[in-house]
Design a protein around this ligand. Structure first.
Ligand code: CO8
Length: 373
C-alpha cells in the first residue's frame, strides 16, 4: 500500500489588517448613517433602529482580535461596507487563482518540488469567483503543473475534504503529486453590515502538497494515517447566492445572498459532533485522544475549540495542544485549520501525532490524522 505524506505547506497573507476597533468604528458609522436616513420610519415604529457593535463583545464572544483582508478601504467605507475589487479581463488571472498560485509556490518550495512535479490540483474553498473555467485549471497553468485540476466546495471543510481526495488519488496512482489550495476571499461574501456576523471572517490562502513517501524529499514530512469525512444537512449556516438568482428574479442584494448563520445553534450542535467525529476517527486507528500531541482545529470560535478539546481529553488545554490563529486571522473558512498546521508544527518531533479537523456549513466535518516522520 502506498504511504502518503504532506510534504509542504504554504500561506498567502493579504496585505491589509483590520483591527476590531477599526471594524467597529466603521460599522457604528454605517449604523448611525442608516438610523439618520430612516429616522422618520424609526420614529413611527415601522423599522427598528440599528444597534452599535462593540469590540468587547467581539473579543469575548469569538476570541477574534483582527483579520487580514485583500481590500480594506471598501470594507471600512460606511457608505459601502464591502471590498472593492476591479473586474479583471479574461486574459488576466483571477484573484482567487493569483493568491492560490502564490501559496502554492511557497508550499512547493517547502516540499522541494516545482509546479512541473504536480499532476493534480484541487482548488477547494467556501466560495468560487466564477462558474467556469475552473480556478483549479487556471492555477494549474499558472504554476506549470500537468495532469488535471478541479474546483470543489464544502464550505469550511473544503480543505480537509480535498486532502482526502488528494490522498486517495496518490494512493490509487491517479496522481503522483497533488496540490490542495484554499483561496478564501471571505470578505466578498461576508455581510459587513450585520453586527451579528460582521467580525467573523478574514481572507487568506493556504496550500498543501501531498505525495507518496517514495517521491518525497522534504525534511518535514507528515504521513497521513487516515482521513474521515462526514456531512449532515443543516440550515443553520446558509448562503443562497447562486447562478439561478437571476432566473428567480431574486434581489441580488437581499440579505440571504451573503453569509448568514444562527451562531449559537451552530456552536451547540457542532461541538458534540466534532468531538465525537475526532474520537471515532482516532479509535479506528487504535489511538486515544490523549495520545495526540497537537490538534489543528477549524478556527471559528475560541470557546468552541476549547469545548471540543475538553470533551476529547477531559481537561482544559492551551495553545500547545490546540494552537489558535483565530485571534490574528479570524475565521478563514476552510483555510483555518491549515493555517494553524502551517504555523504550529515546526517544534514537533518524529513520531508525534496530530489531527487536522475542520467543521462548518453543511454541516460538514473532515479530519486528517497525521504522524511526523
Ligand atoms: N456587538 C455587540 N453585541 C452584539 C454583537 C456585536 N457585534 N453581535 C451580537 N450582539 C448581541 C446580540 O444581539 C445578542 O443580544 P441579546 O442577548 O440582547 O439578544 C447578544 O449579543 C448575544 O448574541 P449571540 O447569541 O449571537 O452571541 P454568541 O455568544 O452566540 O456569539 C458567535 C456569536 C461569535 C457568532 C458565536 O455564536 C459563534 O462563534 N458560533 C459558532 C459559529 C461557527 O462555528 N460557524 C461555523 C463556521 S462558518 C462556516 O462554516 C462558513 C462557511 C462559509 C464561509 C463563507 C465566507 C463568508
Amino acid at each position: 500500500m502506498t504511504r502518503v505524506v504532506i510534504s509542504g505547506t504554504g500561506l498567502y497573507q493579504p496585505p491589509h489588517v483590520i483591527t476590531n476597533a477599526e471594524l467597529v468604528e466603521a460599522f457604528n458609522a454605517y449604523a448611525a448613517l442608516q438610523n439618520e436616513k430612516n429616522a422618520t420610519a424609526i420614529a413611527a415604529g415601522e423599522i427598528t433602529a440599528m444597534t452599535p457593535s462593540s469590540v468587547e463583545f467581539i473579543e469575548k464572544a469569538s476570541g477574534i482580535r483582527q483579520r487580514y483582508v485583500l481590500d480594506k478601504a471598501g470594507v471600512l467605507d460606511p457608505t459601502r461596507m464591502y471590498p472593492r475589487f476591479a473586474e479583471r479581463p479574461d486574459n488576466q488571472i483571477s484573484l482567487m487563482a493569483e493568491i492560490a498560485a502564490d501559496a502554492a509556490r511557497k508550499a512547493l518550495a517547502a516540499a522541494g518540488k516545482t509546479g512541473a512535479d504536480v499532476d493534480a490540483v484541487y482548488c477547494a474553498a467556501a466560495n468560487m469567483q466564477r462558474a467556469y473555467p475552473a480556478m483549479a485549471v487556471e492555477i494549474q497553468q499558472a504554476i506549470g503543473a500537468g495532469g488535471y485540476g478541479f474546483d470543489m466546495n464544502v464550505a469550511c471543510s473544503s480543505a480537509t475534504f480535498a486532502i482526502e481526495q488528494a490522498v486517495n488519488a496518490v494512493k490509487s496512482g491517479s496522481a503522483k503529486c497533488a496540490l490542495v489550495v484554499n483561496p478564501e476571499i471571505t470578505s466578498a461574501h461576508l455581510e459587513w453590515r450585520d453586527r451579528d456576523c460582521h467580525f467573523i471572517f478574514g481572507d487568506v490562502c493556504t496550500a498543501v502538497v501531498i505525495e507518496a513517501t517514495d517521491t518525497a524529499t522534504s525534511s518535514d514530512q507528515w504521513e497521513v494515517l487516515g482521513t474521515k469525512l462526514a456531512t449532515q444537512f443543516s440550515n443553520a449556516i446558509r448562503n443562497n447566492f447562486g447562478f439561478m438568482n437571476r432566473s428567480e428574479d431574486a434581489d441580488p442584494n437581499a440579505r440571504d445572498k451573503t453569509f448568514r448563520q444562527e451562531g449559537r445553534k451552530v456552536f451547540k450542535e457542532v461541538v458534540p459532533m466534532a468531538a465525537a467525529h475526532i474520537e471515532n476517527h482516532l479509535k479506528t486507528l487504535n489511538f486515544e485522544p490523549t495520545q495526540v500531541r497537537r490538534y489543528w482545529l477549524h478556527q471559528a470560535n475560541l470557546g468552541m475549540n476549547q469545548l471540543v478539546l475538553k470533551k476529547l481529553v477531559g481537561r482544559e488545554v492551551g495553545d500547545d495542544i490546540a494552537p489558535l490563529i483565530l485571534d490574528t486571522y479570524a475565521n478563514t473558512a476552510s483555510a483555518g485549520s491549515i493555517v494553524s498546521f502551517h504555523e504550529h508544527h515546526g517544534d514537533m518531533v518524529a513520531g508525534d501525532l496530530g489531527v487536522i479537523c475542520s467543521f462548518g456549513a453543511g454541516y460538514s466535518i473532515g479530519s486528517v490524522i497525521a504522524r511526523k516522520l
